[in-house]
Design a protein around this ligand. Structure first.
Ligand code: FAD
Ligand code: 5PR
Length: 378
């Protein structure tokens, strides 16, 4: 099974680093090209569920990750600051973590597995035969090319893979701020400030604050407003507007108002196919989704893992067919996560609470590391 085959990966995001580490652990020589001059991640916090945590277990990264992460006692949903539900989600694995910490953990795992990560190296495109062209014009031949270069993927676009992009009516700005727990407690002593709390206001105005503690010191907050609400989507945030709607969150809103940020309109990108000869695309390059189910990075890591498994099991001559089979088996799980996330973003239905049951948990409970996962139950 061990191969010494060479893989070139475009993009050192969560998808690229996971694929690279999984391949290296299976005997591949792996190089990751990151366009940015520095290795780091943008953004604030992230929620990971069982599907990606199983992959991190296999990469040997969970211990490091969980040393600075949090599992809230409950996922709470409020409307106009009154509690609609508190879901404890027994039996569901999930944690919240800062993006910088997840990134460092994955980069360490990649390096320990022998992956070479090169920053300031931009990929211009790839051919189905596995020839990668760098932005400076150099070419490299690879046995496998992984396009993990995000929503505007150069690898994907160089192969002319057709895609469709849909925008939703809402979007958000994200911040990582100090928790200010004592100040919050003074304002609302009865609130469990360790909970993940989704604060919705639909009337008199659509504004939402997602409150996600990531460890003892840091809380990730996401401020949602409609795309056509210029005041609500303004960055730096309009402190008067937000504190008028969420007075009990004033201490952390004040922290956010000091920070730069970027408003992201929710969007979904669907591509026609994920593979082309020796090239596979994963993560936002293949299936950028709305964040409602918090599964963009989760599905990226899930597909990175199963791609490494499928590519390793195939002989070099059968690689292209193995990638086609991989997409056929794995893609439906991601398609459903993408569809559901778009549905929840479009309908704002998460505001109703009591949501973590039935189908909505499918992705969170999926185990991409289980060799028997595709066997039909008898
Ligand atoms: P990216 O993170 O975009 O990484 C791509 C990398 O490739 C970048 O480092 C980029 O610089 C590099 N690159 C780009 N072009 C080139 C090139 N030509 N050559 C070389 N390198 C290149 N997901 C969750 O699982 N849970 C959450 O709670 C969650 N919350 C989210 C909140 C918001 C507001 C958004 C927008 C997304 C959220 N997601 C969440 C989704 C998640 O952030 C993404 O799905 C995930 O980061 C995608 O990872 P990626 O590695 O595919 O892409
Ligand atoms: N869940 C999470 C999240 O970060 C966001 C959403 C849901 C963890 C926003 O980025 O619905 O927008 C959401």
């Amino acid at each position: 099974m061990t191969t010494g085959r060479r893989a070139e990966v475009s993009g050192a995001g969560f998808a690229g680093l996971t694929a690279a580490t999984a391949l290296a652990k299976r005997g591949w020589k792996v190089r990751v090209h990151e366009r940015s001059p520095e290795l780091r991640t943008e953004g604030a916090g992230i929620v990971l569920w069982g599907n990606s945590l199983r992959v991190l277990d296999k990469l040997g990264a969970t211990h490091d990750l969980e040393s600075r992460a949090m599992r809230s006692p409950a996922y709470e949903t409020r409307m106009n600051n009154s509690i609609k539900s508190q879901e404890e989600m027994e039996g569901v694995r999930w944690i919240s973590v800062t993006r910088p910490h997840l990134f460092r953990t994955l980069l360490t795992a990649a390096r320990e597995a022998g992956v070479e990560v090169i920053s300031g190296s931009e990929i211009a495109g790839a051919t189905p035969e596995g020839v990668v062209t760098l932005a400076d014009g150099d070419t490299i031949e690879a046995d496998l090319v992984v396009g993990a270069d995000g929503v505007n993927s150069a690898v994907r676009d160089s192969l002319d893979i057709p895609l469709k992009r849909e925008r939703s009516r809402d979007g958000i700005t994200r911040f990582l701020v100090p928790r200010r727990k004592a100040d919050l407690q003074r304002l609302e002593p009865d609130t469990e400030w360790d909970n993940y709390i989704d604060f919705w206001n639909l009337e008199p105005r659509v504004l939402r604050v997602l409150y996600v503690p990531c460890n003892e010191d840091e809380v990730y907050i996401a401020l949602m407003a409609p795309v056509d609400d210029a005041q609500g989507s303004r960055v730096p945030i309009d402190l008067d507007l937000w504190t008028a709607s969420f007075p009990h969150l004033a201490p952390i809103l004040e922290e956010a108002a000091e920070l730069p940020g970027r408003y992201y309109g929710y969007q979904t990108t669907r591509v026609d196919h994920w593979t082309e000869g020796r090239v596979a695309i994963i993560g936002d390059a293949a299936h950028a989704m709305c964040p409602a189910l918090a599964q963009g990075a989760g599905t990226a890591m899930q597909n990175a893992w199963t791609l490494a498994e499928a590519a390793t099991a195939a002989s070099d001559a059968d690689l292209a067919q193995a990638l086609i089979d991989w997409e056929r088996l794995e893609r439906p799980y991601t398609d459903r996560a993408q569809d559901r996330s778009q549905y929840y973003a479009d309908t704002r239905q998460m505001a109703e609470g009591s949501q973590f049951q039935g189908d909505i948990l499918e992705t969170a409970l999926y185990d991409p590391t289980d060799p028997k996962r595709h066997e039909v139950a008898v």
